[in-house]
Design a protein around this ligand. Structure first.
Ligand code: TXA
Ligand code: MG
Length: 312
């Protein structure tokens, strides 16, 4: 066990976090999507510590965060599509999987030995300041033990990883609340993980459609293990109402003990998803969740809910 420092999201807290990162230790920090567990992506030991602290299968590669497209081009090769998407949606909840430059300083462990690099520029002042201050690319998966719910507040991080990491920047709730959309470009562009940037927005800009890579087929994202993001309580999806012994997580007019969004707003529902699942998971009751429409951010929400409903 180590003492986890709780840092304020101001200049002194961020400067301290940057020092800790440069020293090869781990800092959890807020991004607009979820809290990330950050390590200096050029430091093999620091990256290895991420896998051990999260109990993460080592075949599952990490997203590297940088502060600009300029920085990203130092590490990866952009094709036209990748550059256009980056110019439009960065900073923001989009991760691009691109060929890594040979001789890049990124730890091989971060890509799990692959020559493809997942990279994104996060939005949000704290993440941006931490990147600028540390002067390092930061490898960061979501800051939760592997297989558990993603954290959207510093309290979630403390509960899951307190005593195992050097520091947490206490930056409040994450605005988007669901992880980034992961897209691989190249000859056969595909969405590897639905997320905080809706497929329609990507397709609109690209002027084409994108397939979702199927789990277990094609160039699937290694992180798409079927049971993932799981609460401890059993979870039932597409439920019309709660049965005895269940709490009900509603959506729109289908209201319950909690409601992802009373107005049926999918952006609001995404922002509430992990926070409400964390809350409901504190009791011993089972969880039933109302149907969520399968469009826009609903695709990512349903992806997370299906995984949460699959027993480990
Ligand atoms: O919003 C997010 O993306 C958050 C914040 C912290 O940025 N990060 C996050 O990281 O969700 P993580 O490690 O929990 O999920 C990374 C996803 C996984 O599905 C992983 O398999 C995929 O990205 N991925 C990473 N590197 C890849 C690569 N080289 N090729 C294919 N997929 C990759
Ligand atoms: Mg994760």
């Amino acid at each position: 066990m180590e003492t986890t420092e709780l840092l304020s999201p101001d200049m002194s807290g961020i400067a301290r976090a940057a020092d800790i990162l440069r020293a090869g230790r781990l800092v959890a920090f807020p991004t607009e999507t979820v809290y990330g567990l950050g390590a200096d992506a050029t430091n093999d030991d620091a990256v290895a510590r991420i896998f051990s602290v999260k109990n993460r299968p080592t075949f599952n590669p990490l997203i590297v965060h940088v502060d600009s497209l300029n920085q990203a081009e130092r590490f990866a090769r952009f094709d036209d599509l990748g550059r256009r998407l980056a110019e439009t949606f960065w900073p923001g909840p989009l991760t691009l999987v691109l060929p890594m430059h040979e001789g890049s300083r990124i730890s091989k462990l971060a890509t799990a030995g692959s020559d493809m690099l997942a990279i994104r520029v996060p939005n949000g002042g704290i993440a941006q300041q931490l990147l600028a201050n540390s002067g390092r690319p930061i490898a960061a998966p979501s800051a939760n033990p592997s297989g558990q719910l993603s954290p959207t507040s510093s309290v979630h991080v403390l509960k899951g990883l307190g005593g195992r990491i050097a520091a947490i920047i206490e930056g409040g709730a994450c605005e988007v609340g669901i992880e980034s959309t992961v897209l691989v470009t190249g000859r056969e562009p595909a969405i590897l993980r639905p997320g905080g940037l809706a497929k329609d927005d990507l397709e609109h800009l690209a002027g084409r459609t994108f397939q979702h890579a199927q789990t277990g087929k094609g160039p699937a994202s290694p992180g798409q293990l079927l049971s993932h993001y799981a609460p401890r309580s059993p979870l039932r999806i597409n439920a019309d109402a709660a049965e005895t012994g269940e709490v009900f997580l509603g959506f729109g007019e289908n209201s319950g003990d909690y409601n992802l969004s009373e107005t049926g707003d999918l952006v609001e529902a995404a922002a509430n998803l992990f926070r409400m699942l964390h809350l409901l998971d504190q009791s011993d009751t089972k969880i039933a969740v109302a149907p969520v429409p399968e469009h826009g951010l609903g695709i990512a929400i349903n992806d997370r809910l299906r995984r949460a409903a699959t027993p480990a």
